[in-house]
Ligand binder design. Structure first.
Ligand SMILES: Cc1cc2nc3c(=O)[nH]c(=O)nc-3n(C[C@H](O)[C@H](O)[C@H](O)COP(=O)(O)O)c2cc1C
Length: 157
């Protein structure tokens, strides 16, 4: 199985999650991990799996991740298993009650990404997943690296 993980990351947390996934997939897949700025539709050639990872920013994926998806032609993911994950703030680490409310109700990046991947013809690989960071800059909350490794191992079926 050949897999591509494309991620964006400002403070390193989403990259760390992508690297955990790479490690977890190594026993059953040939994995390539690319920062979104280095990735384009050409990197999809010959891939069986595409995983997209984005920090949640203003309830959405980051602009570079959205642009990466836009560059993929219609049906460009036909025959490829796809999955999306995000990192997001652990609401328990937000002091302001109003901000906690906004974050809880605003939504996250993984679900819309997962939908867009399917719209491009991707086969559902895994349900969208979110991994928690402390505050805006992290680090990853305890146990999240392990949860990421377990999530992606679900592709080995
Ligand atoms: C401008 C900005 C907007 C953010 N918006 C959200 C949000 O809407 N929901 C959320 O859960 N986290 C939000 N966060 C927290 C980010 O999800 C967090 O910084 C990110 O997961 C860290 O990943 P990275 O280290 O890979 O950049 C925001 C952070 C910043 C700086």
């Amino acid at each position: 199985m050949k897999a591509l993980i494309v991620y964006d990351s400002y403070f390193g947390n989403t990259e760390q999650v992508a690297r955990e996934m790479e490690k977890s997939m190594k026993p059953f897949a040939e994995v390539n991990v690319l920062h979104v700025k280095d990735a384009g539709p050409n990197n999809l050639d010959g891939m069986d799996v595409l995983i997209l990872g984005s920090p949640t920013r203003r309830f959405s994926p980051t602009p570079p991740i959205k642009e990466f998806l836009q560059k993929i032609p219609p049906r460009g993911l036909k025959g490829i298993k796809t999955a999306a994950f995000d990192t997001r703030i652990d609401v328990n680490t937000i002091k302001s009650g109003f901000l906690r409310f906004l974050v809880r109700t605003g939504g996250y990046a993984a679900k819309p990404l997962s939908r867009r991947l399917k719209r491009k013809g991707g086969k559902n690989g895994l349900p969208p997943a979110g991994f928690l960071v402390a505050g805006t800059e992290g680090p990853l909350m305890e146990g999240e690296a392990e949860r990421a490794a377990a999530w992606v191992a679900g592709l080995n079926v």
